[in-house]
Every structure is written in structure tokens, then in C-alpha cells.
Design a protein around this ligand. Sequence first.
Ligand code: PLP
Length: 429
Amino acid sequence: MKEILPPLPPIRRNEFETVQALFQQYVVPSYRRFDVAFTRGAGSELWDVHGKRYLDFGGGIAVCCLGHSHPEVTEALVQQSQRLVHVSNLYYHEPQGRLAQALVKLIGPGKVFFANSGGEANEGLYKLARRFGHEEGRFEILTALNSFHGRTLAGIAATGQDKVKQGFEPMVAGFRHVPFNDLAAVRDALSPATVAVLIEGIQGEGGITPATPEYLLGLRRLCDEKKLLLLMDGVQCGHFRTGRFQSFQRLLEGVPGGEKFLPDAISMAKSLGGGFPIGAFWVRAPYADLLGPGTHATTYGGTPLACAVAGRILEIIERDKLADNARAVGEILKNGLEGLAARYPTVVTRVRGLGLMLGFELAPKEQLPALAGSDTTPALECVNRLHAAGLLTVPAGAQVVRLLPALNLTSREATEGLQIIETVVSGLA
Ligand SMILES: *Cc1c(COP(=O)(O)O)cnc(C)c1O
């Protein structure tokens, strides 16, 4: 690798204000950013412009599944970019075919469409559903309250949270929301126009809420009975984060009938490219040819470069048994967090999630004396204090702090992170 890659630039110091000023002047201010600017990362460690080290439990929001600067991912990027980067979907190339084959093997009989992000992968699901119901005039998709499906125009219509919709009305038609994990609510909400149900296996942005096995199996039965497509958004909870490739595989482990469960389509992104942008959806065999020639397309979707990287990541996850690692290290983290909830019950009220998709819920602001008089939320305050102490996490809503670290996180790193969390949590007590 040394002969191909230039040496890493030296860590620049005291340049945060310079970088921030560039953003303030030239970058659309649609994000609320934390006051940190990063220069480099390795594994689960990141360094900011001041040279301060952080342990990364946010994983770039569940994206950096092999951590930062994984040498073999770099190698795949360099090798493929020297061979072929892009040709468009007017032609065939091996990396896209091979990646589709690998994803089908991990999920079940079907086919894959490649896109570039989670929101775009979900757009494919909406179009698949509309195509499916078109001749019967059915188009309506039911989604869950508190869900998150991306920031495209249809994505905010699908998302069951008002905050993403505000100011962008009128919403794209054809989406209605029902309470999550409530099968009767889905049944009651069905209309003659309903064509599909879309849920996350574990709600991520909504605060780490797993679907119950009864809900998943009940939805499958209901969708079969009513001729509806069961769509699952696996963008955040997929890609071995829970210890299995898709979260429903983990959620249904050991549940009678669980091993036979399959949704009709699944969207993927985030960890799929480990930081290189790629999204995809898998569609179950009976519906795999619904989107025929000319019905759906994206110029960049599934480039040789993106697919070579995603393919290499899957090989590494399998070779290094990172699904098992996610399970084992996730168990250490979850036990540690539950210990914190037991020792500081006035601060940490609940711990949720599976594998390396975990969340801890903080007490309401009024019950945290440390937050008296501040206008921040418990989650933001906690995340900021964790930053100061050298740990990156991701808030979900006002009350929940999420851990979405790399799948190759070590038990030592997990323990170090837990100690930092304990320091911050005890400071909030
Ligand atoms: C992040 C996310 C999306 C959107 O993905 P983008 O790549 O940001 O478009 C969709 N669904 C879920 C569940 C997500 O977590």
C-alpha cells in the first residue's frame, strides 16, 4: 500500500475556527453540527484538528462498520479505482453482479437494485409498491409512527415524525402512519387503496425500538391475507449490526416459524459501503421482475467501485466473524449500560437494542438537576459531555443516546467507552 498512497497529512492544530468559518460562509446550514472538526481516523479512534483523540461509538451514524481507514477497504478502493470506476447501468460488470449474488445469499431468493443512499433505496421500495398495486388502483403505504425513512420528498411523507415534514407541505400523497408494534392498528387502518406496509426492524432515529416477533409474524400473515407487500427498511438496523445480517433474522431467532419469515423487499445503505456511498434494495423472488426495463434507474447506482468496496466489506465481516463479535461486544455494552441504569436510576431510565445497535434513555429534563436552566435536551447534553470526555455517540430525539459503533469494536474499547459513559452519567446525577 505504501507505494500507492501518499503519507497521511500531519495533524493540523487549532484550526477549528477556520474550518467552522468556511462552513458558516459557504455550506447550507441544514445541519446542527457539534463543535468538532475531524482530520483522521483509524479503527474506532478519531482525532480532531487539535489532536484530541475520541473513541467512536457513533460510527458515522451506523455507517463505518469496519471502523475508519480499514487497510483492506482502502486496498479494495485503490485496486478497483485503478481498474474501472464507473460505466453506467447501460452495461454489465462483474462487481455489481457479484455483490447482488452475495446479498441474495444472505437474505433469500430474489434480486437486488443498487442506489446510492438509504433515502434513494427507500424510493425504490415506494415505486415497487406502486407498481405492484397499479392495475388495481392501490397505492397507499402504511408506515409506523416514530419511524424514519429518509429526507427525500417521499421519504419525509413516509417518515412517522412531524418534525421532518414541517415547512415542506404538501406531503407526497399515499402514506399514512400507525402506532409501531400494534398489529390491530395496521388491520384497522387498511383501506381499499392500501398496497404495502413499511417498517424498520429496529426503529433507529425513533430511539432504538425493536419490532416484536409477534408483530413481524403477524404483519407477514396480514400482508399475505390482504395481498400487501411487506417492506422493511434495513438501512440502519441491517448489515450484521444486531449479530445477524438483517435485524428480523435476529429478532426472530428461536421463535417458532421465525426462520421461514421473509419480507417482500428490504432497503439497505449505511454500513453497506462502510463509508463509501451505496444503497440497495432486495426484492423477493415473486416480485423481483416487477420493475422491468425503463421503470427505475439511477446513473451512479452500483458502480464497479462501490460494489467492489461493499463486496470486500462482506468478505471481511464473514472472515473475521464480525457478526459474532457484534453480538458478544454488544452484550458487554448492554450489560454495562444496564448496570449504569441500576446504579444511576435517576439518570438512565431504560436500555434498549440488540448487538451494536443500542440506546439508553435519559430521565426527563425536569428530573436532572444538572440541566436546570439550560435549554438543551438530556440527550444533547449527555452527548456533548461525552464529547468532552472523548467518546462519540449519536442522539435520537430528546431523551435517547445511541451507540452504533463499528462491528469490529473490541471488548477493551467497549469497556473504555463504558467507563467514559459512567463518568458522564454520574456527573448528571
Ligand atoms: C439513515 C436512514 C435512512 C436514510 O438514509 P440516507 O442515506 O441518509 O438517505 C433511511 N432509513 C433509515 C432507517 C435510516 O436510519
